[in-house]
Design a protein around this ligand. Structure first.
Ligand code: DC
Length: 218
């Protein structure tokens, strides 16, 4: 059976790596909802639309071409995987993602992209808002230090030189914004399995999730 699987949790909990590997192991598609908020933020930076300009962001969303091709998100036809991880996008994305009309529009697209099933979706509200009826829901978490350490290594690998103290500070402030916003706030979805990934390898986490999904018929 082609299930719908959601993985939510704070930044740096290992969601995207785990989601990608889980999708691969099951032969499912992978949908990174954070990348969609990031791509819109990148478009806003390029077009001079402020993060607090909800109407401008909503208009922008209607003019840009955001699509998923073989698991890769494309913005106006280009692969923007690296650009959407820039610190400028990190700093602005929570503000962009807090606007209710932006969320409504992106959530509708996410549901449509997942409508055929056989998908692993990661985000903040994937199991609570986008696909509350998903067959397997997970919530990954880890200590702030572990999460900041992972994101720091990821950034260094991409050639972005930043201080780990700044990564940790920025991450804590983004968590707070993501948890406190009125719509689509980060929370443990009803019925989700919570996995603390501090000290666990990616392979261990994937194995745990995979076993659970297999038991559910994946
Ligand atoms: O997972 P990430 O770091 O790529 O997410 C980027 C930002 O987008 C993060 O600050 C929270 C926001 N986001 C969201 O509000 N809802 C989602 N479903 C996914 C991400």
């Amino acid at each position: 059976m082609k299930l719908r699987i959601t993985i939510d949790g704070p930044a740096g909990a290992g969601k995207s790596t785990v989601a990608r590997e889980l999708a691969q192991a099951l032969g499912y598609g992978y949908l990174d909802t954070g990348a969609m908020y990031r791509a819109l933020t990148l478009a806003a930076l390029r077009n001079g639309v402020g993060g607090d300009n909800e109407a401008g962001l909503k208009d922008l969303l209607e003019t840009i071409d955001l699509r998923l091709e073989h698991g890769h998100l494309r913005l106006d036809g280009a692969d923007v995987a690296d650009e959407i991880r820039q610190p400028a996008v990190d700093r602005m994305v929570s503000l962009v993602a807090a606007h209710p009309s932006v969320r409504t529009a992106l959530v509708a697209r996410q549901r449509q992209m997942a409508s055929a099933g056989g998908v692993v979706m990661d985000g903040r509200d994937a199991g609570s808002v986008v696909l509350p009826e998903a067959e397997c829901k997970f919530f990954l978490t880890a200590s702030l230090a572990a999460r900041a350490g992972r994101r720091h290594r990821e950034m260094l690998a991409q050639g972005v030189r930043v201080d780990i103290v700044d990564v940790e500070r920025e991450m804590a402030s983004r968590d707070a914004q993501d948890e406190m916003r009125a719509v689509g706030a980060l929370k443990v979805p009803e019925g989700a399995i919570v996995v603390d990934t501090t000290g666990l390898s990616v392979a261990e986490v994937v194995e745990r999730l995979l076993n659970y999904c297999r038991e559910r018929g994946a």
